[in-house]
Design a protein around this ligand. Structure first.
Ligand SMILES: Nc1ncnc2c1ncn2[C@@H]1O[C@H](COP(=O)(O)OP(=O)(O)O)[C@@H](O)[C@H]1O
Ligand SMILES: [Mg+2]
Length: 264
């Protein structure tokens, strides 16, 4: 049984003018413990909507159909009640642009302690200790817990937002464009970090990106999303060498240099 399974997921957004957008159209994928999978597609293809649906974090204008199974149990069936014990504690998310969304007036150590206390994972001194451990885990010296976000580099801020997602010790991390705002060197470091977390913690990672080269560096498997549907899915190697959908080829062609590096 897979750790996380998404079956025939649909999302519709109701528009203010009475119209409707069918943003996610029957998406299915499965993920094993410790596995890393890419969810790739151009801007507007439905990546963020699909993973926000898994977290149960879509706005009220959204309707969701389909199943999200965690260890075989449907987490959407129970509504908000069913999701609350799972969100952050079992399935966590790094939001698109998260590194810029850290609270600018709070020290990063305090920001790490907050979700632990909120979800009853740890409090007081134990939470502080765990915050230090988390910083160390993502490659930030624990003494930096006293730093404010603006005192950190973009890469360090992204590491902090990953640490935040890990605060309640989830088994699945949904990372939405975690490297998009970073330069190539920083990108490589964050991807290396995600790979290491998957290996060391047995964390399953869905890496959401518009960049197939990013997925090729990090994941063995990927699903290609096109206009809300999975155009094709398979090993990154197959997607590159034997694409069945012309769109997949186009996504690779968008980033020839990096892929060349990876393919060797
Ligand atoms: N809150 C919303 N209301 C209406 N339409 C939305 C909303 N959020 C996303 N969409 C639409 O859903 C589609 C998928 O968007 P999104 O999931 O953000 O794509 P991606 O993350 O792949 O760039 C787009 O057509 C977008 O305009
Ligand atoms: Mg997005």
């Amino acid at each position: 049984m897979p750790l996380l399974e998404v079956r025939d997921l649909h999302v519709w957004f109701e528009l203010p003018d009475g119209g409707e957008v069918h943003a996610v159209r029957g998406v299915s994928f499965a993920l094993d413990r410790g596995e890393r999978m890419g969810l790739v597609g151009e801007s507007g293809s439905g990546k963020t909507t699909a993973i926000m649906a898994v977290m149960g974090l879509l706005p009220a204008s959204a309707s969701v159909a389909g199943r999200v199974l965690l260890d075989g149990r449907d987490v959407l069936a129970g509504g908000e009640e069913g999701l609350r014990p799972i969100r952050w504690r079992r399935v966590a998310m790094v939001f698109q642009g998260a590194m810029n969304a850290l609270n600018p007036v709070r020290r990063i150590g305090d920001q790490l302690v907050e979700p632990m206390e909120l979800h009853g994972v740890a409090r007081g001194r134990r939470a502080r200790l765990r915050a230090a451990e988390l910083l160390e885990l993502v490659g930030i010296p624990p003494a930096r817990a006293r730093a404010y976000p603006h005192e950190l580099s973009g890469g360090m801020r992204q590491r902090t937002s990953i640490a935040l997602a890990l605060a309640c010790d989830p088994s699945v991390l949904l990372a939405d464009e975690p490297t998009t705002a970073l330069d190539v060197m920083m990108q490589a470091q964050i991807l290396e970090l995600l790979g290491r977390l998957a290996d060391e913690l047995g964390l399953a990672v869905v890496l959401v990106t518009h960049d197939l080269a990013v997925v090729a560096q990090t994941c063995a498997r990927a699903a290609v999303l096109y206009a809300g549907e999975i155009a094709e899915a398979g090993t990154v190697d197959d997607l590159y060498h034997r694409p069945r959908h012309p769109y997949t080829r186009l996504l690779f062609e968008a980033t020839p240099d990096l892929w060349g590096e990876v393919a060797r």
